[in-house]
Design a protein around this ligand. Structure first.
Ligand SMILES: [Zn+2]
Length: 76
C-alpha cells in the first residue's frame, strides 16, 4: 500500500546553526559577499543554515533545541 505524502502548507523556515557553540542563532552577521555567517554568540564562523527540517535531521536536534538564542547587541 502506497503511503500518501501529505502536502504540508508549512513554509520551510530557514534556520542558522552554529557548529562551534551548537546553538541555533537568529541573526547571524553576513560576512562579505559569500554565504558565510558569523555567530553572534561565540563569534565563530562555522555557521550552517538550511531549512528547519534539514537542520533538525542533520544535527540530530530536537524541536526544543531550535529555541533561538537571542543576542542582545552590546554597547561598546
Ligand atoms: Zn556560535
Amino acid at each position: 500500500m502506497a503511503e500518501e505524502v501529505k502536502q504540508n502548507a508549512e513554509v520551510p523556515t530557514i534556520v542558522f546553526f552554529c557548529r562551534d557553540c551548537q546553538h541555533v542563532i537568529s541573526n547571524p552577521q553576513k560576512i562579505g559577499v559569500k554565504y558565510e555567517y558569523k555567530c553572534g554568540v561565540c563569534k565563530g564562523t562555522d555557521v550552517a543554515f538550511g531549512t528547519r527540517k534539514s537542520i533538525l535531521d542533520y544535527f540530530r536536534l530536537k524541536e526544543k533545541d531550535l529555541i533561538v538564542k537571542e543576542v542582545e547587541p552590546k554597547a561598546v
